[in-house]
Design a protein around this ligand. Sequence first.
Ligand SMILES: Nc1nc2c(ncn2[C@@H]2O[C@H](COP(=O)(O)OP(=O)(O)OP(=O)(O)O)[C@@H](O)[C@H]2O)c(=O)[nH]1
Length: 308
Amino acid sequence: MRLQEGFIFIMNESDFKSGFVTILGRTNVGKSTLMNRMVGQKVAIMSDKPQTTRHKIQSVLTGPDYQVVFIDTPGIHKPKHKLGEHLVGVALNTLREVDVVMLLVEAGMPGPGDRYILQQVKKVTGPVLLVINKIDLVKPGELEPVKAAFSQLGDFAEILPVSALTGENVDRLLENIIKYLPPGPKYYPDDMVIDRPERFIMSELIREKVLHLTSQEVPHSVAVVVEEVENRSENLVAVRAVIYTERESQKGILIGKGGRMLKEVGKLAREEIEALLGSRIYLELWVKVKKDWRNREIYMKNFGFMDD
Ligand SMILES: Nc1nc2c(ncn2[C@@H]2O[C@H](COP(=O)(O)OP(=O)(O)OP(=O)(O)O)[C@@H](O)[C@H]2O)c(=O)[nH]1
């Protein structure tokens, strides 16, 4: 009798499904928004400027009988410099490691950028879910021709229209992801949402504020490094971070008149870091110039862009 119970237990274990899922798509299609929506927590920074995501971010969603590990990839685009090349490389490399590929496109007719990605996705042997995002922006009736056009361009396990912004159909998408996961172990503990260290998330939050508050060439020439985190008391953490730019002129913009811009970046970032850590934060921000860092591998390594 006991033996039988043990056997039943093992059978139940194998009902658990888990796997790695990547979200692939052109820049700005809503990959980070969708991942945050599915995981139900802010784990990747979002902005209306392209190429916001620079790292491969893993976030975890655990249910009673499944665990999905999402890998957010930097958007795919035609590389213009070394950093760009590296980002596209990271995105394409994830295709080999995952169980399910989600290809995210916008609710519009396929363009040259989509075709480039679809070409890359043809190398994938596992299931590819085509997710048509931003359906809140199209009228009823406009979606069917879009679906038909994409279905001509690839072999998709499912075609799923969603709105990452409003959450429409995101539940159905999740059901479909789980459907295609293989039986597998629980890779991460139940309460784990992200496998990136807090320092990384802090630097991303600071970078997000810079992206929101600045324009033109400044946003993409910025890298943020959290140099020191020190517990000053039970409820006060001191964080020192450096914002690197490529030129003196950008440094000037970032600091702003009388330090106003930097103050605003610091204030907004501090509020979110406080929410993240659940304690008061003393945030010290510095701006430094590192000429042409995006074209120099040594700096990219330093800024953590090549550890994926
Ligand atoms: N209307 C609408 N806007 C959306 C939707 N999903 C995302 N967006 C917006 O699209 C923009 C880009 O979203 P992100 O999530 O940063 O896009 P991403 O694909 O991660 O971008 P990269 O990191 O640059 O590759 C933001 O302004 C979002 O608010 C959606 O379903 N509907």
